[in-house]
Design a protein around this ligand. Structure first.
Ligand code: ZN
Length: 393
């Protein structure tokens, strides 16, 4: 291990011990983790989902009296962090052009133009509730509880922070989590070092993962980002998943219970696809064959192939309103839904046209296409209705 990592992990050990945490090495993955002695988290295993097999025991912990929405929880965080000097800044558009990823995957990307375009370093203390998309979660949405391809990353960011400041900010996070009813004695904090490269060179970082009764809520990383023309930039980057915090607080059976319209039902994949698609379109992303638009197209394809005919446009507008709480829409809700509808129905129209050997569709809804087929081409109504049913299978 590098010398500065040894120093920082030593500082973490002292910091945790001062606050009554005990360190232990996980009997499954051998990582160091911290817990409060004689609490229910006093176990030989670190609580990482791969070590405890995703038990999510937090659902059995005592519940809050009143359920809160993610937006209400975020509001409480904004208020708290503001009182300790972290100013809230506006979230950025999900389509990212400065950094290494097509879509924003974490709040720390607010620094992408500084890290990748040599912009001036900013040292103010910031809080952001940043909507993010992580495509690698797509395969796990159905199989693993607590995952979604889009979520709000609530984070504090401080460029130029020294390690003490970083630890001090961790204290603030412990305070607000406790205030929200997530008590430290129900947490395990796992320490990990990792090697990263964000495109400006390799760097190692020390990370502390916060797991609440078996659910990973977020992590605190202290980073040293290499720069070509200047010294490496230290960053205190502490980020949590807002919807996971909401699940931990509300303790519903499923992560998605609070994240779908009350009157709807369906598969997690359907809701997740609508949710992420709504975020993309709200940010002005349109279907394309590469970049952010490719992800748009992939989700639209899933919806048209597997869920066409369900209440997807209603669900999409529900999520449009959800994301509007965290990011300024660059388009009206009606136009957003229309854009998604055209993309979803483009697949349907092509399929029907192929099935029945009909004139090719234009850039139009299925309703409009069928109108033309029936009134201009005298196509049999019953064949069209039957074809639509087959599309849904
Ligand atoms: Zn472990």
């Amino acid at each position: 291990m590098e010398k500065n990592l040894i120093d920082t992990s030593k500082a973490v050990n002292e910091f945790m011990a001062e606050r009554g945490w005990q360190g232990r090495s996980c009997s499954a993955c051998s990582k160091i983790f911290f817990f409060k002695p004689s609490s229910k988290m006093d176990t030989p295993i670190c609580g990482w989902h791969k070590c405890d097999k995703g038990a999510c025991i937090f659902r059995t912990f005592s519940k809050r009296k009143k359920i809160l929405t993610p937006a209400q929880i975020s509001e409480k965080m904004v208020e708290y962090f503001d009182s300790v000097g972290f100013r809230q800044i506006a979230s950025r558009n999900i389509a990212n052009f400065d950094g290494q990823t097509d879509l924003v995957i974490a709040g720390v990307q607010m620094f992408d133009d500084i890290i990748h375009r040599n912009q001036q370093i900013r040292e103010d203390k910031m809080f952001v509730a940043q909507p993010c998309v992580r495509m690698q979660f797509q395969q796990q949405v159905e199989s693993q509880e607590g995952t979604s391809t889009s979520f709000v990353n609530v984070c504090t960011e401080k460029m130029g922070a020294n390690f003490d400041e970083h630890l001090h900010t961790i204290d603030h996070w412990c305070t607000i989590l406790s205030k929200l009813g997530l008590h430290m004695s129900d947490f395990i904090v796992v320490m990990r070092t990792s090697i990263n490269d964000w495109g400006t060179g390799k760097f190692s970082s020390l990370e502390l993962f916060f797991s609440y009764g078996g659910l990973e809520l977020g992590d605190a990383s202290y980073l040293f980002i290499p720069q070509v023309n200047r010294a490496s930039i230290p960053i205190s980057d502490i980020g949590f998943g807002l919807e996971r915090i909401a699940w931990a607080m509300n303790k519903t059976d499923s992560y998605f219970d609070m994240l779908i319209p009350w009157t709807s039902s369906g598969s997690r994949e359907m809701f997740d696809s609508c949710r992420t698609l709504a975020l993309l379109v709200l940010c002005g992303v349109q279907a394309a064959n590469k970049g952010p638009g490719l992800q748009f197209r992939k989700f639209a394809k899933v919806l048209s192939e597997k869920y066409y005919g369900q209440d997807i446009y209603h669900i999409l507008s529900y999520y449009f309103d959800y994301w509007s709480q965290f990011i300024k829409p660059s388009i009206s809700r009606d136009s957003a839904i229309k854009i998604v509808q055209l993309e979803i129905e483009r697949f349907i129209n092509l399929k029907v046209s192929e099935m029945l050997k009909l004139p090719l569709p234009r850039d139009e809804t299925t309703e409009a296409y069928f109108d033309r087929l029936v009134y201009n081409f005298n196509v049999n109504i019953y064949n069209l209705r039957k074809a639509i049913q087959e599309c849904k299978m």
